[in-house]
Ligand binder design. Structure first.
Ligand code: FMN
Length: 192
């Protein structure tokens, strides 16, 4: 049945003009689309024009005042799992991505996330921070992750040319996201 097919968002976390994240996201999406065990959609945070968090009531209460929050909420709520594609800024999570995550709460709960990161050290410090943030949102994070180096997976730090072995890593990460995503979907269905 259609509603049993897992829906996975590939979330582009950089909103910067000229961002490398766009090419990384398109590459992930191209690999993911070859699979038949889930459906995939690109979600570009930039498209949602979120300001710095401007909701008066904490998101965990689920009472949204702003139209942009309602649109973002409805998009994120529609997925069973997320792949965060993140850069590393000053050894941490890009502010635009953290802000977008903070806007919502229950939409993330009891779901699963995988990570693809890029940076001079593979963006792994941003992912370690994201894992902590996800824990508070009750998102299960899978072990397999893809870490792309600005030195070896990009030319001149800007033209994306991923080493071939990364494609297998993407699929291993997606295997784990889809397996846990299916399990947590059962949990959410029981709760509803
Ligand atoms: C504000 C800022 C801070 C950065 N800090 C780091 C960093 O701490 N570690 C790192 O590996 N790269 C760092 N970089 C380089 C980024 O990883 C690189 O520019 C990457 O392409 C950014 O992703 P984006 O182009 O999708 O925005 C930083 C870049 C910016 C713009």
């Amino acid at each position: 049945m259609k509603d049993q097919v897992l829906r996975v968002a590939i979330i582009l976390g950089s909103t910067r003009p000229g961002r490398n994240g766009e090419a990384v996201c398109q590459w992930i999406y191209g690999i993911a689309k070859k699979r038949s065990d889930a459906t995939f959609e690109l979600v570009d945070i930039k498209d949602f024009n979120l300001p710095l968090l401007d909701e008066p009531i904490p998101p965990s209460m689920g009472q949204y005042n702003q139209e942009h929050t309602k649109v973002w909420s409805s998009k994120i709520d529609s997925f069973d799992a997320y792949v965060f594609v993140t850069a590393e800024y000053n050894h941490g999570i890009p502010g635009a991505l953290k802000n977008a995550i903070d806007f919502l709460f229950k939409e993330w709960n009891n779901k699963v996330a995988g990570f693809v990161s890029y940076g001079s050290a593979g963006g792994v410090r941003a992912v370690e921070q994201l894992r902590l943030v996800m824990a508070e949102l009750q998102v299960a994070t899978v072990r397999a992750q893809v870490q792309l180096s600005l030195f070896t997976d990009f030319e001149n730090f800007s033209k994306f040319k991923p080493a071939l072995y990364n494609e297998n890593l993407v699929n291993t990460m997606l295997d784990q996201v889809i397996a846990w995503g299916g399990a947590l979907k059962v949990l959410r269905t029981k709760k509803d």
